[in-house]
Design a protein around this ligand. Structure first.
Ligand code: AVI
Length: 374
């Protein structure tokens, strides 16, 4: 099946109707130089000089080309998952979040529902000040609404700054919040916060940054540190970060969450191949690959791979690359790190955050931790 062209890294929301479009454009096209470069996921993509949609699309394709060349010529082979988020992958992820096996989303939602007032009270000590919630990777913001409702119970001046690479998701998030909570001021930012560190406008009040949904788990400890460091550089002393983390637990539960019976996670993983076919002229036959999820207890992470079910040659026309895969050879496509209390503490303390509170579900499967900038 051929998918329509989707929004992805580098796209500008020409249609973004909510919030300040000029601010969004400035943010996206502004200071995009001097970017971080990290071993696996994060690459430099400078879109500062490119104003038109065509130029931005060409640049995104160039980044994809570079990543595919790097990842598919390396041993073991790998592809960075953040490069491949498009509307179809986001749609499949939304389905994953409703699966019986995938507990993180509903567990986090239940913790928020039970403790939103306590979280807001801990983050927003001076109630006379305006409160701003800034969310990295906001998606559709369905869980954030719970926190915004709690914020409105203690303050009548609440702003919400959702940040996401996908304009479609951001538009939906803003529509959802605008219709449910019209009092909240919306300031959406389209940005790939992985490649382009966030730049927030100065704010006369307290800021609560949200990095929930265990998104941090998709990055190595070093990458996670850099993302949190960049985020904290935009906060003032006393501002807070709420971090959502999935905890280490029994192997069976973890594996089931990443290899569900309905094959939705498999489709989410295989979607990478469809995107390479569509955008880079590759000829992957998805039927010749199978989804594999494994628990790496040494690294404390679930790994997702695509395993070649037969010896095969694949050509990727626009990358000018032929790949020979042996039977059982794998392409490593995602990591999802699982946390311990100690690891959360280290991750927060190394970027200058002191833990002010932590909330868990009754099984201890998931933790929301509030860190305050010292
Ligand atoms: C987006 N991220 C937090 C998900 C996770 O659990 O690591 C991505 C995912 N991959 C497969 N299932 C869900």
């Amino acid at each position: 099946m051929r998918h329509s062209r989707e929004s992805h890294s580098g796209d500008v929301p020409e249609f973004l109707s909510t919030g300040n479009q000029m601010a969004v454009l400035r943010d996206l096209l502004g200071t995009l130089k001097g970017l971080v470069e990290m071993a696996t996921y994060i690459q430099t993509v400078d879109i500062g000089h490119f104003a038109t949609a065509d130029e931005r699309e060409a640049l995104t394709r160039e980044a994809l080309t570079r990543e595919v060349r790097r990842g598919l010529t390396a041993r073991p082979r790998s592809l960075s998952p953040w490069m491949f988020y498009d509307a179809e992958r986001s749609r499949l992820f939304e389905r994953i979040t409703t699966l019986p096996e995938y507990y993180p989303t509903r567990t986090e939602r239940a913790i928020l529902a039970g403790h939103a007032d306590a979280i807001i009270a801990a983050a927003h000590c001076d109630r006379s000040l305006p409160l701003r919630l800034v969310e990295l990777g906001a998606g559709t913001a369905s869980k954030t609404r719970i926190l915004l409702e709690a914020a409105l119970r203690v303050s009548d001046d609440v702003a919400y700054v959702p940040v996401d690479v996908c304009p479609d998701a951001l538009e939906l998030a803003c529509q959802n919040i605008a219709s449910a909570l019209p009092e909240v001021r919306l300031q959406p930012i389209v940005r790939n916060y992985v490649t382009h560190p966030l730049q927030l406008e100065s704010f006369d009040g307290s800021t609560l940054a949200l990095y929930i949904g265990t998104s941090i788990g998709n990055f190595s400890p070093q990458e996670a540190e850099l993302i949190l460091r960049n985020l904290c550089s935009q906060l003032q002393t006393g501002d807070a970060l709420l971090l959502g983390t999935d905890m280490v637990k029994d192997r069976r539960t973890l594996l089931a969450a990443y290899d569900d019976n309905d094959g939705i996670t498999a489709a989410f993983n295989l979607n990478i191949l469809h995107r390479l076919n569509r955008e880079l002229g590759a000829n992957f036959d998805a039927a010749c690959f199978r989804h594999r999820a494994l628990w790496n207890s040494i690294e404390s992470r679930i790994e997702m791979h695509l395993e070649s079910t037969q010896e095969q040659h694949v050509s990727i026309e626009h990358v000018d690359l032929d790949v020979h895969l042996t039977r059982r050879e794998t392409i490593h496509t995602e990591n999802s790190y699982k946390f311990t209390d100690q690891r959360i503490r280290t991750q927060l303390e190394e970027v200058g955050l002191a833990i002010r509170g932590a909330w868990k579900d009754s099984r201890g499967w998931y933790t929301l931790t509030l860190g305050c900038l010292r």
